[in-house]
Design a protein around this ligand. Structure first.
Ligand code: B4P
Length: 190
């Protein structure tokens, strides 16, 4: 059972590559962004609390996210592997994930860090905003999300590099070429 973290800036292709990996390997998928958007749609207490942060391009507080992940992990029984998409996003979240996994005598096996130039990230997210109408895909919020990514999320790469599980993946080009780069890392895990 593999625990994989798909990591990268907003718009780096985390959700896109997760979908392909689910189809290719039969992995389960846990996207904090998708769960939060579903909670907002359902107008739950968590959704109401999360909406203002997401619309402002800020991260939802760690305590809310970690409680949410604990609950979701109790409900899931992945067989082949689990892709964490958009989580962890801060070092405290990464530490909480390690603690949760170690309770089940397991750990993060690989962090797949999709690296894409900033102007391409902005271009992709603006295009998605036009197509999907996602409330956080507008220029002002995208800029804020990128700032937050550099300040709070990017340091996680170093955290996992020290554990020897960080893999930099070139995240530009055809979706299938990027999947092939990721698959080479997963297949080498055995
Ligand atoms: P997410 O839903 O995780 O959104 P995201 O980081 O913007 O990336 P996403 O996965 O959606 O996009 P992708 O890169 O696949 O988070 C949304 C918000 O929720 C956060 O800002 C935060 O407020 C909150 N949140 C979520 N998790 C949290 C946590 N753990 N802690 C605190 N807060 C949290 O793709 C983007 C676009 O690029 C797509 O339209 C795709 O079609 C396109 N694309 C992908 N690959 C491409 C390629 N190779 N070429 C061209 N286009 C490509």
């Amino acid at each position: 059972m593999l625990n994989l973290v798909i990591f990268g800036a907003p718009g780096s292709g985390k959700g896109t590559q997760s979908e392909v990996l689910i189809a290719q390997y039969g992995f389960d998928h846990l996207s904090t962004g998708d769960i939060l958007r579903a909670e907002i749609k359902a107008e739950s207490e968590l959704g109401k609390a999360a909406k203002s942060y997401i619309d402002a391009g800020q991260l939802v507080p760690d305590s809310l996210i970690i409680d949410m992940i604990e609950k979701v992990l109790q409900e899931r029984q992945p067989k082949k592997g689990l892709i964490f998409d958009g989580f962890p996003r801060t070092v405290p979240q990464a530490e909480a994930l390690d603690a949760l996994l170690s309770k089940h005598a397991t750990a993060v096996h690989a962090v797949l860090d999709l690296q894409v130039a900033e102007d391409e990230l902005v271009e992709r997210l603006l295009k998605r905003g036009q197509e999907s109408g996602r409330s956080d895909d507008n220029l002002e919020t995208i800029k804020k999300r990128l700032e937050v990514y550099h300040a709070q999320t990017a340091p996680i790469a170093q955290y996992y590099a020290q554990k020897g599980v960080h893999h930099a993946i070139a995240g530009s080009g055809a979706i299938s070429d990027i999947t092939a780069r990721i698959a080479a890392v997963i297949d080498a895990l055995g």
